[in-house]
Design a protein around this ligand. Structure first.
Ligand code: F6R
Length: 608
């Protein structure tokens, strides 16, 4: 959560800081601020409550020529989202931006004398702590930061400036990402590389426990124990087009519509459609290791968790003698779960930075279990800490609600399952239908996206007036229902819950009344007729039922139907999920809410 930027170089800092914050706004948008320092040591601090637009208005009244500065866009943890709690925070000579949580800030605050705290934040306490060392006059800015961080418990990505050292920025990380952009006579920083695109292609990803002193033409990285680190410069792969709206009004719609292409990227070079095999290089497991796998643990949060659930349903269909457990990272990290030694864990994360997922990864590794990442963000912490992995390669996902990542995460995990099945000698005749459909899927998605947006937009006008909804499905359509309900609630604020059809009679059926609509997923298949009966039960109680089905002949008198025409069968729930994504999008537009930046949320959840 929270976005951090920094600039030291030949140009005016405010320009990059503002454009960088705009790119990182998806990480938090409760308040924003910028501090710049002039050559003579004068520091200008400008902060505003709310989105970056408000900050920009303030900056327009206070243009600065300064070449060094730091900026922040906030997702509130300690203290409400107002200006006094906005970053940068100042204490004495120190200006600081912080992403993360300082757990022992209350103790530290008590021990700090002579500071009057203007905010309720843990970050201001960290600024004061650094200043308490810097103020002694015997520490350089970097050393003062290091001394302070040695006393801190918690997570942080920080950037610090001071009028007393006007030509440098000091950054450090532990648990919250920080990327250093290496330019010509300029050095930039950001919480993620997307803010650096168009400025430099070269980046250093700071590791936990590292601190760096940055000037316009030098980067000195060391550990908190003062050991020098020779940092690796890596190439940023993202291009400008990938982080722009490309003609769409919103990132959410762009990302929904991108799915044929983004899934094709996930599949590129990994599926052999002639001999019906899958090859994933990244997991780095030998055939013998794959053969030995008896248990698969799939770990994720939110949409990534739903992708794991859905993939689990598929993998168990074709992989013999294997148990699959898909778990919510925030729960699993505190469970005393025993993991059998013949397990492999799939760690699923679009951002690669989700705090709970990362914590699970570390816990699971401690037990000596092999971890495989299913990650999108290249170079992210999870991608770097797993034993092996498969990037989904969907490109930047900027809208806060995850869409294209879900589709590719699911298929990437199914492909991993297929590699296990291949190694275990499962007959080609069993695996071929899955592989054939995976190859067809980008085109099938494309076909659905030709007509579904218009159809869904039409019905969304009717359902935007409801405050409650129930999403229903069974088997592979059940995780699809869960993901659909999450999408609707997070962007449109409509109360949406998913139930397995079979569970209806065990309680949720009592909810059905005129305040609710019910979205029922009915893929053709062995459980189709049973699901139809469940729909009838809802209709008999006056439900407002919307059916999504691939049955051309469907003719029940439900309120609305969205028919999907497709030649595939197994992965129809993935196509149905496109309808959920579009419904969430159009209902939100109808209600007039900010579909890319829903209230209270942030894209990457780097705090617990
Ligand atoms: C929902 C959504 C979240 C994320 C979750 C995990 O649309 O975006 O539920 O899926 O926060 O994020 P990652 O995949 O980055 O670990």
């Amino acid at each position: 959560m929270c976005g951090i930027v920094g600039y030291v170089g030949k140009n005016k800092a405010q320009g990059f800081l503002l454009s960088g914050l705009r790119r990182l706004e998806y990480r938090g948008y409760d308040s924003a601020g910028i501090a710049t320092v002039a050559n003579d040591g004068t520091v200008t601090l400008i902060r505003a409550k709310g989105k970056i637009d408000n900050l920009e208005e303030r900056l327009a009244e206070n243009r600065r020529q300064d070449n060094v500065g730091i900026g922040h866009t906030r997702w509130a943890t300690h203290g409400e989202p107002d200006e006094k709690n906005a970053h940068p925070h100042r204490a004495g000579d120190i200006y600081l931006v912080h992403n993360g949580i300082i757990e022992n800030y209350k103790e530290l605050k008590k021990a700090l004398s002579g500071y009057e705290f203007a905010s309720e934040t843990d970050s201001e306490v960290l600024a004061a702590l650094i200043d308490s060392f810097y103020g002694q006059g015997k520490y350089s800015l970097t050393d003062a930061v290091v001394q302070a961080l040695k006393l801190v418990r918690g997570t942080y990505g920080i950037a610090v400036i001071s009028g007393r050292s006007p030509e440098e920025i000091v950054v450090a990380r532990s648990g919250s990402p920080l990327v250093i952009g290496v330019g010509h006579d300029e050095t930039l920083i950001a919480s993620d590389a997307s803010a650096l695109v168009g400025h430099t292609k070269r980046a250093i990803y700071l590791n936990d426990g590292e601190v760096a002193k940055l000037t316009s033409n030098s980067i000195e990285v060391r550990t908190l124990n003062s050991e020098p680190v020779s940092a690796k410069v890596e190439e940023i792969e993202t291009n400008l087009a990938a982080i722009q709206k490309g003609g769409y009004e919103h990132f959410l719609l762009k990302e929904i519509m991108e799915q044929p292409k983004s899934l094709a990227e996930t599949l590129r070079g990994r599926v052999n459609s002639k001999n019906h095999t899958v090859h994933l290089g990244g997991p780095e497991l030998s055939e013998a290791e794959l053969r030995k796998i008896k248990h698969l643990i799939i770990v994720g949060c939110g949409t990534a968790y739903h992708a794991g659930l859905l993939a689990g349903y598929y993998i168990e269909q074709f992989t013999p003698e294997i148990t699959i457990e898909t778990v919510i990272a925030s729960e699993y990290r505190y469970r005393a779960a025993y993991i059998p030694k013949d397990s492999v864990a799939l760690i699923v994360s679009q951002s690669g930075e989700t705090a709970d997922t990362l914590a699970c990864l570390r816990e699971i590794k401690k037990q000596g279990i092999k971890t495989i990442g299913i990650v999108n963000a290249i170079g992210s912490t999870i991608a770097r800490e797993v034993d092996g992995g498969t990037y989904v390669h969907v490109g930047p996902e900027i809208s806060v609600a995850s869409t294209k990542a879900f589709t590719s995460q699911t298929i990437a995990m199914v492909m991993f399952g297929l590699t296990i099945a291949q190694a275990k000698g499962v007959k080609n005749v069993i695996l071929k239908p899955y592989i054939d459909e995976i190859v067809k899927l980008p085109e099938e998605i494309s076909r659905v996206l030709e007509t579904a947006p218009q159809e869904v937009e039409k019905i969304s006008k009717k359902y935007a007036k409801y405050e409650h909804s129930i999403y229903l499905g069974r088997d592979t359509a059940y995780p699809t229902a869960m993901e659909g309900a999450l999408k609707l609630k997070e962007v449109s604020y409509v109360d949406a819950n998913a139930y397995a059809f079979g569970e209806l009679k065990h309680g949720p059926l009592a909810l059905v009344d005129d305040r609710f609509f019910e979205l029922a997923f009915l893929p053709k298949g062995p459980l189709y007729d049973k699901s139809i009966s469940n729909v009838q039960e809802v209709m008999a109680r006056g439900g407002h039922v919307v059916v999504v089905t691939n049955d051309d002949a469907f003719d029940m008198p439900v309120e609305s139907v969205v028919k999907i025409t497709t030649s595939i069968e197994l992965f129809v729930p993935i196509l149905m999920n496109l309808v959920s994504q579009l419904l969430a999008y159009y209902i939100t537009i109808e209600k007039g809410y900010d579909v890319d930046q829903p209230r209270n949320l942030a894209k990457s959840v780097t705090v617990e």
